[in-house]
Write a protein that binds this ligand. Structure first.
Ligand SMILES: NC(=O)c1ccc[n+]([C@@H]2O[C@H](COP(=O)([O-])OP(=O)(O)OC[C@H]3O[C@@H](n4cnc5c(N)ncnc54)[C@H](OP(=O)(O)O)[C@@H]3O)[C@@H](O)[C@H]2O)c1
Length: 245
C-alpha cells in the first residue's frame, strides 16, 4: 500500500489528469485542482472516490492560501507536489499584449512560485516537488515568447529551491514535455487545422513515430515524485520522444 499523498495543480485534463489517474492506480492518495467547476467535477467523477478535487485558481494568492488550508485540514501534510497548472496562448512577440503577458506569467510563473512557497509548511520531510516546464525553454518556436519566458522563469528557480529547501528535506526536479496531445492546443486559440498540422509534424519527425501522450509524462512524474528518485536534485527529464535531438 502506497501511503504517499500528492497534490497536482491543474489535474482536470491533459497531463495533470493522466498523472492523477496513474498515481491513483499505484495507490497514491491524490488531490487535484482546477479553476473550472465543471471540469473539476467531471475529472473527479472519472478518477474515482480516492481522488479529492479542490477548486483553486493558481493565479490567485488567496485561492492558494485557501487550498493549503483545506489540504492541511483534511490531510495534515503531503509528500509530493506536481506544479503542473499552466496555459499557452499563441501570439507573436509583436502581438503580445500586456494582458496576455500578465495572464501567462500569473498562471505559469507567479502562481507556481507562490504555490510552492505556501505549501512548504505542509510538505513532509522528505518531500518531492516536480515542476512542469517545456522543451520551449531550450528549443525556440515562433509565437511562444511569453509562454517560453514563463517556463524559463519557473525552471530557473529549481536550483535555488534545492539549496534553500534542502534543510526541510524538500527536493525539486523538472519534467520537460515535448508537444503532447492535450486540450491545451485547442485552448490556445489554434485552429483545428493548425493543431492537426502540429501533431502530424511532431509525429512524423519524431524518432518514436508518434506524438507524446499525457500517459507518457505520467510515468516520469511518478518516478520523480517517488523515492526511486530520492537522490535527484534539479534533474530535468525531457519527455519528447526525441524530437529535440
Ligand atoms: N501539451 C503540451 O504540448 C505541453 C508541452 C509542454 C508543457 N506542457 C505543460 O503541461 C501543463 C499541463 O498542460 P496540458 O497540456 O495538460 O494542458 P491542459 O489539458 O489544458 O491542462 C491544463 C490544466 O491546468 C489547469 N489550469 C489552467 N489554468 C489554471 C489556473 N489559473 N488555476 C488552476 N488550474 C489551471 C486546467 O484547468 P481548467 O480545467 O480549470 O482549465 C487544466 O487542468 C502546463 O503547464 C503546460 O504548459 C504542455
Amino acid at each position: 500500500m502506497n501511503s504517499k499523498i500528492v497534490l497536482i495543480t491543474g489535474g482536470t485534463t491533459g497531463i495533470g489528469f493522466a498523472c492523477a489517474d496513474y498515481l491513483l492506480g499505484l495507490d497514491y492518495r491524490v488531490i487535484i485542482t482546477g479553476r473550472t467547476r465543471e471540469n473539476l467535477d467531471r475529472a473527479v467523477a472519472k478518477l474515482g472516490i480516492n481522488c479529492i478535487g479542490i477548486l483553486s485558481d493558481t493565479s490567485s494568492l488567496e485561492d492558494i492560501d485557501d487550498l493549503v488550508a483545506k489540504v492541511k485540514n483534511q490531510f495534515g501534510k503531503i509528500d509530493g507536489l506536481f506544479v503542473n497548472a499552466g496555459i499557452f496562448k499563441a501570439a507573436s512577440f509583436q502581438e503580445t499584449t500586456e494582458s496576455l503577458f500578465d495572464e501567462t506569467m500569473n498562471v505559469n510563473f507567479k502562481g507556481a512560485f507562490f504555490t510552492i512557497q505556501k505549501f512548504i509548511p505542509i510538505l513532509n520531510n522528505p518531500a518531492s516537488v516536480v515542476l512542469n516546464t517545456s522543451i520551449v525553454v531550450f528549443r525556440s518556436f515562433a509565437n511562444t515568447s511569453i509562454y517560453t519566458a514563463s517556463k524559463a522563469a519557473l525552471e530557473s528557480i529549481a536550483k535555488v529551491l534545492n539549496i534553500e529547501l534542502a534543510v526541510r528535506g524538500i527536493r525539486v526536479n523538472v519534467v520537460s514535455p515535448g508537444v503532447t496531445e492535450t486540450p491545451i492546443q485547442k485552448k490556445s486559440g489554434m485552429t483545428e487545422e493548425a493543431i492537426s498540422n502540429l501533431l502530424e509534424h511532431f509525429s512524423s519527425t519524431s524518432p518514436i513515430g508518434r506524438i507524446v501522450q499525457p500517459t507518457d509524462i505520467a510515468l516520469i512524474v511518478e518516478f520523480l515524485l517517488s523515492d526511486k528518485s530520492q537522490v535527484l536534485r534539479s534533474e530535468k527529464v525531457i519527455v519528447d520522444g526525441g524530437t529535440t535531438l
